[in-house]
Ligand binder design. Structure first.
Ligand SMILES: [Zn+2]
Length: 161
């Protein structure tokens, strides 16, 4: 995690391990041993499990089916987007970053992913003027799968200011 231009890893290197924040007490057991981690809901492997008919292009297949109105695809997409939105909310409420970049394999979906997560963020803020005032949906960006976000971030960090 980079804050104010500095890499923050925390005492044991766990800072920013947002994928292992438990969000569903009765959820699935995560590979880390906890139950209901964000990663069990909001990751490429979570999508593979929830939408097995997608083959090698699970995320694209799912979002295309959802855009076509298939109710089961809409349900899987919205659950996924809701979990990603919860992660974005948690991150912003913890460190109040200006921009949240969605990267990784699922980001190959592009704009439909951003729209789905932005929609979920607006729904989560519907009953909270406080949350709505933070304009989380507007902070969201998606970068193409072939852009190594972490490496680019590391390179920018090493650049003379
Ligand atoms: Zn975990």
């Amino acid at each position: 995690m980079v804050l104010d231009g500095r890499l923050r890893r925390g005492v044991h290197g766990a800072a920013g391990e947002i994928g292992h924040v438990p969000v569903e007490p009765a959820g699935e057991v995560c590979q880390c041993g906890q139950r209901g981690c964000l990663e069990t809901l909001a990751s490429g492997s979570a999508l593979d499990a929830a939408w097995p008919r997608g083959g090698a292009r699970t995320a694209e297949s799912l979002f295309a089916a959802a855009a076509g109105g298939a109710p089961d695809a809409v349900a899987v997409r919205d659950r996924f987007a809701g979990a990603v939105a919860s992660a974005v909310r948690l991150l912003v409420l913890t460190v109040d970053v200006e921009v949240v970049v969605l990267g990784g394999g699922v980001a190959a979906v592009g704009e439909p992913l951003r729209l789905a997560v932005a929609d979920a963020l607006r729904k989560q803020a519907a009953d909270s003027s406080f949350l709505a005032s933070l304009r989380l949906a507007d902070r969201l960006r998606v970068v193409a799968q072939d852009r190594p976000v972490a490496a680019v971030g590391a390179a920018l960090l090493g650049r003379p200011s």
